[in-house]
Design a protein around this ligand. Structure first.
Ligand SMILES: CC(=O)N[C@H]1[C@@H](OP(=O)(O)OP(=O)(O)OC[C@H]2O[C@@H](n3ccc(=O)[nH]c3=O)[C@H](O)[C@@H]2O)O[C@H](CO)[C@@H](O)[C@@H]1O
Length: 383
């Protein structure tokens, strides 16, 4: 496991490079928090290294970035969303026009921010940023979160100055393994020290073991339904639950009678507190979720999203092989599974401790510093 980088080591790194002055950078990523979390972690790291660096995020007005980026104190410029249709449709015929408008909006953001480097995190916001940067001769750095790269990053990687990947076996040629940039409230989290505060913040009770349930930044219908059906049995089994459902997917719980608390929240703005409260996590294996849980040493049951390009199964592969997590198929994640398999898992304290240690053994915590090194290098060398 990599030790968290201290402030001192960050400064040493910058000094060693002698080229850390980035000046102004455009960070492109949005849609889900899966792209926004690493963007914010990199922004924080660049700002720690260079307090007057100008940071501009490029996103859409519809994605989670519209709330999360300004909430963390960064400027957001928007591009129109360019959905990539999967089959011939009127939207496909309109694509060249909408892509052209998005590239122009990204180009305008480069001009107004004076960006010297464009960093993209994939997804539909990244494509116009990569194309605008190439047109302007501005160096591009690509960060791929997932074990299987998405389309935008495959395109960006063809002309990027640096390509960074989270997982060593991600097939992007010439990539540097930086790991995932994690927000410091997570990478430096001391779960034991923060547990009491975290339980109190969610109205949970220290006497019960705690399961955190999360379907990622948008929530997962199937996970939500499986747990919703098990509320009464979990409460009476003495298992307390913090269930983060995704915005607009929360539900009411009947808290009458005795039993452990079952707390439902639509979104956790302070995910580090949710992690500090938990003994075990049931989650989708989005790349950030996997990297955060291993960084903080939390055992987890991973339920990969069965659609998309299959990246979630691969994201969880290393931690599951190490013994830090279990893989459960989406179709098998039922109320019966929760009642019959999850409860015994939680009652096995020594088994959980072994899983926690195994999860921590594959956790990495300096992805923000390693990616910031590549951004500095790209800025110093220019186009
Ligand atoms: C459906 C979909 O498109 N999923 C993708 C999306 O997932 P998703 O957006 O769910 O991404 P991840 O699991 O990678 O990350 C979720 C992020 O949101 C944060 N968080 C989540 C819930 C919450 O209440 N509060 C909070 O802060 C987590 O701390 C984490 O930083 O991006 C990931 C990274 O590209 C991909 O691996 C997923 O396949």
């Amino acid at each position: 496991m990599t030790a968290p980088a201290s402030e001192g080591s960050a400064q040493e790194r910058s000094a060693q490079q002698g080229s850390a002055h980035v000046g102004s950078v455009l960070l492109a990523g949005g849609g889900t928090a899966g792209h926004v979390s690493p963007l914010l972690a990199l922004a924080d790291c660049l700002r720690r290294r260079e307090p007057d660096v100008r940071i501009t995020a490029l996103g859409t007005s519809e994605g989670l970035e519209a709330r999360l980026v300004p909430a963390r104190g960064y400027d957001l410029e928007v591009v129109p969303k360019v959905p990539m249709p999967r089959r011939p449709s009127p939207a496909l015929l309109r694509l060249p026009g909408s892509l052209r408008r998005a590239v122009q909006a990204a180009d305008d953001a480069i001009t107004s921010s004076g960006a010297r480097v464009v960093v993209g995190f994939g997804g539909y916001v990244a494509t116009p940023a990569y194309l605008a940067a190439r047109r302007r001769g501005i160096p591009v750095v690509v960060h791929e979160q997932n074990a299987r790269p998405g389309l935008a990053n495959k395109v960006g990687a063809r002309f990027a100055r640096h390509v960074a990947v989270t997982f060593p076996d991600t097939p992007l040629r010439g990539a540097t393994v930086t790991g995932m940039p994690l927000r410091r409230e997570i990478s430096l989290l001391d779960r034991t020290a923060r547990r009491g505060e975290a339980l109190a913040a969610f109205g949970l009770d220290p006497q019960w073991p705690t399961v955190l349930v999360t379907g990622g930044s948008l929530g997962a219908q199937r996970i939500n339904e499986a747990f919703r059906g098990a509320v009464a049995s979990l409460r009476s089994a003495g298992v307390q639950v913090l269930h983060v459902t995704g915005a607009g997917k929360d539900f009411e719980v009947d808290e009458t009678g005795s039993g452990a608390p079952y707390v439902v929240v639509p979104y956790a703005d302070r995910m580090e507190l949710a992690y500090a409260a938990a003994d075990l996590v049931v989650a989708r294996s989005g790349a950030n979720t996997v990297c955060e849980l291993t960084a903080v040493g939390l055992p987890a049951v991973y339920v990969p999203l069965p659609i998309g390009n299959g990246e979630q199964r691969l994201n969880a592969r290393t931690v599951v092989a190490a013994g830090g997590g279990l893989l459960v198929e989406d179709a098998d994640l039922t109320t019966t599974w929760v009642e019959e398999s999850l409860v015994p898992l939680l009652r096995n304290a020594s088994g959980l401790a072994d899983m926690a240690a195994a999860a921590a053994s594959v956790g990495e915590r300096d992805g923000d510093e390693l990616l910031a090194d590549l951004v500095s290098d790209a800025a110093s060398r220019g186009a």
